[in-house]
Every structure is written in C-alpha cells, then in structure tokens.
Ligand binder design. Sequence first.
Ligand code: AMX
Length: 426
Amino acid sequence: MSDIRNKLSKKIDEWRKEEKLIMEKAGNKELSSVTVSQAFGGMRGVRALICDTSRVPQDEGLIIRGIHLKKLIDNTPEEIYFLLLTGELPTKDELSGFSSEIKSRKKVPDYVWDVLKHMPKDSHPMTMFNTAILILQKESVFQKEYNAGIRKEDYWKPTLEDAINIIAKLPAIAAGLYRMRFNKGEIISAEPESDLSGDYVHMLGKEFETEDFYDLMKLYLVAHCDHEGGNVSALATQTINSALSDLYYSISGGFNGLAGPLHGLANQESLKWILELMNKYGGTPSEDQLKNFVRETLNSGKVIPGYGHAVLRVTDPRFEAFLNFGKKHFPEDPVFLTVSRLFEVVPVELKKLDKVKNPWPNVDAATGSLLYHYGLKEFSYYTVMFAVSRSLGLTAQAVLNRALLKPLIRPKSVTTEDIKELINSK
Ligand code: AMX
C-alpha cells in the first residue's frame, strides 16, 4: 500500500468518527433556511452541502484545506492534489511516491485518439475533451469493483484509483486534442519523467516549452483546482457521483456544466470580447473607449465576461495572481494592458447598474490574455485547461464523499402552485 492510501485510510477512520459525533450532537441544528426568492433564484446562499476540500468566503476567495490560495501559488499541482485529498501538504517522500504513481499512469489508450479523430472538425474543444473522458469510462476500476460486489465502506478505494488514473491522463488528452483540433501536427507523446505541468507544456508543442510558460501552466493548474462544492461543475459532478456513477461519468457530466459561458467558458468569452474591443478601436483603447464598449455591451443585454460572481464579493485572488504574473512578465503587452485597464473601468460601470452583487473581476478576466501572449491564441481551447485543473478538486471531492458514505443527492422541488398556496395560506 503506497503512502497516500495508508494516510487516507487512517484519516478516513478519524473523519468518519468525527462526522458520527457531529451528527449526534448537532444533527438537528439549522444550517440555513430557504426563502421563496432563493428557491426561484438558483438557491443562491442556501447552505445545504458539505465540502471539505476547499471553501470560498465571500470576502477572501479560495481557501484550500485551510490554506489561502495566495500561500499556495508556488506549489505544484501534485502537491495541491495531495492536499485536496488528504488535508495536508505532502512530505518530500510522500510527494515523490505520489508523483511517481501519477507518472506511471499517463498512457492514453489508442481508442480515445481514434474516436477524437473521427469527430467533426469544428467540434468545440470542450466537446472533444468530455467525449474523451466518457469514452475512457470502460477503464473504471470503481465500476468493475462495484459489479464484483465491493462493500460501501470501501467505495472510496476504487474511486481513488479512478481519480489518479484520470488526473494522470488528462494533460495528454488535453494537449493531444489541441494539436488535433487546431492542426498543429502529430500528437506528442508524454515524457515518462515529467511532472503534470511540464508534460502538459511539452505535449502542447515545442513553441511552448519555455520556463515562463511552464510557470504559467503551473499557476494555471493550481489556481483553478477547486472552488468549494456549490458551483455548477462541482454540484453536477457530485450529484452524478452520488448515484454511484463512476468518476468518468461524473466529471465529464460536470465539465459539460463548466462549458457554459456563465461558468468556465467565461475565459474564452472574456478574451473574445477583449479582442473585439481592441479590433474596434485599432489597438489598446483609451479610458473613454473602454467605457463606451462596456456600456454598449451592457446596453445590448449581455454580461461582461470575467466579472461578477455568485459567491465572491471582492476581487478574486485568482485574478490577482494572474494579473501579478502578467505585470511581472509582460506589463506592456497590449492585450494584457487592456485587461489591466478594464479592471479600472468595468467595476465602476457595473456598480452603476445597481443590481450586480459583485462588480469585481473573477478568475476568467485575465487568464486568456496571458495564454494569448505566449501564442496560445485559440481561445475556444481555454476552458479545456480550466477543466484539467478543476479535475483535481472534483475528483478529490468525490473520493471524500464516497469515503464519508454520503448518500444520493436528492433535494425536494416544489411547484409554483405550492408557492401560490403558501401566499394564500395564513
Ligand atoms: N455583467 C453584466 N451583468 C451582470 C454581471 C456582469 N458581469 N454579473 C452579474 N450581472 C447581472 C446578472 O445577470 C443579474 O441580472 P438580471 O437580474 O437581469 O438577471 C444581476 O446582475 C444580479 O446577478 P448577481 O446576483 O450579481 O450574480 P449571479 O450570482 O446571478 O451570477 C455570474 C453570477 C458569475 C453568473 C454573473 O456575475 C455573470 O454572468 N458574470 C459574467 C460571466 C462570468 O464571468 N462567469 C464566470 C464566473 C466564474 C466561473 O465560474 N468561472
């Protein structure tokens, strides 16, 4: 048994005891109540889920297992994954064992490439990515062990095997489909000894193999890794997984939600919008031009992509991390400069609308400009990179949910008639 399984096994015993005690002491305590507007309004603010991998206080942003993202931006995705799963950053030995295990599971079966090659040439990269994950479902260790009659207490073990297998393969799938979809030449094979960030960069293409792009990739994979349990992709993934659909079914389903413009696709939408803006004014726009374009967008009934958030009420620390990266490496890049200037203008304009609860930028407002600078210009691809990172949190959440014997997720819906009756009742 390698370190992570031993460590998790012990921790899971403790967590189960702790949860039992909590249920005995506080099972009937109220965590949240639900108003009619919350029921009609996407359940915003209803506290009805447990997620221990990370939390997002509205005035602080992402905290992973008790550590603020700001303190983790120099860590590697492998370290962050260990942290998400176990609640602790790995020791040197633990990291070495865990990383070796990930490295040994990189190989993507040929049938995945065969299917991707036969997809329509204009398929969205997220469709290709999610298809690849779904096709891999036949590899699920969970499904095999479930069919063989594994006990509920042990569900987390094959879920962890699926999780590590998925994490190990996603950079190759993501990079391979990039080369296929955008005619970049042959797929590049994984390097057995490279870490997740290094191998992803290597497999994207020679032109990306620089130290700075490696640093950006590492930051990208760390910063997008998790964002508590209630966002669309996390909730969808955990709901699917609660039916004991394995992780391949679960995360491909969750990523279909990530592919929406109000969620992960906002990074694509944001850069597209910025390039339209620059195209209209022929370069880096002035402050007045920025204001005009923002107002035009809002007047046409569209949202400003990369701004606003369902939970946050401050500038997203993930945005700040990417902004700082750009300021350090290429402050004068025209697209990045436009992103920085929009940060001065957009919140002021959104505040004027009086309905936007959070006028500040979220993670998706800056990332596109950084990738664009390094030549990764195919913005329909950006959400795939988001998904590679987010798979760390989503798979870790599922391992914990199975470890803690969480039941089927099944909230109760009411009809509009029920609400009307509520109005008429005393
Ligand atoms: N531009 C224009 N209007 C906005 C806005 C924005 N960036 N953000 C919120 N609003 C509007 C909403 O559309 C809503 O209008 P309506 O009442 O006419 O429907 C009103 O302000 C109130 O919305 P809210 O309570 O502040 O936000 P929410 O929780 O309903 O939605 C979000 C949150 C992210 C969907 C929204 O801010 C948005 O659409 N932002 C732009 C898309 C985006 O960047 N998404 C990425 C989020 C991060 C992520 O998941 N990757």
